[in-house]
Design a protein around this ligand. Structure first.
Ligand SMILES: [Zn+2]
Length: 138
């Protein structure tokens, strides 16, 4: 519990994933998009999986979505996220075909349900801003 050695390893930044992992510094969620065919690409990679073009660039997306599926995790990995917490797959609005594996924060683990509306927020951690999501409360 709270053991620093259990921290989640941070991603290695490169030219293709840097926007995704650091966009949170400006409050934006970036997903790579192919300039040739318009497909979104995630996880970040240098070539479009649809048309093999390398004309891929980060595009800021709405940052809202829906919980597609989730599980409750009891292992600590981040000092800001004491267990238990929710690991969810989020379908992003306006980003067809892309699902983010992420965490749901800001509510109890028993308050998350499939179909919940969620919005991105970011956990600053050294060079990266981990994109996590919180429930949209209307
Ligand atoms: Zn393409």
């Amino acid at each position: 519990m709270g053991d620093a050695s259990a921290k989640r390893p941070l991603p290695h930044l490169d030219d293709h994933n840097r926007a995704f992992w650091t966009g949170g510094a400006e409050g934006r969620l970036y997903i790579l998009r192919c300039r040739s065919c318009g497909a979104f690409i995630h996880p970040p990679r240098p070539v479009c999986g649809e048309c093999l073009s390398d004309a891929v660039e980060p595009e800021a997306v709405a940052g809202t979505g829906v919980v597609d599926t989730f599980t409750v995790n009891h292992q600590p990995w981040h000092p800001a996220l004491p267990p238990p917490y929710v690991i969810a797959r989020v379908a992003l609005d306006g980003v067809p075909g892309v699902y983010l594996t992420t965490n749901i924060v800001g509510c109890g683990v028993d308050e998350v349900a499939i179909g919940d509306r969620v919005r991105v927020t970011f956990l600053p951690c050294e060079d990266v801003h981990l994109p996590v999501f919180e429930k949209v409360r209307d």
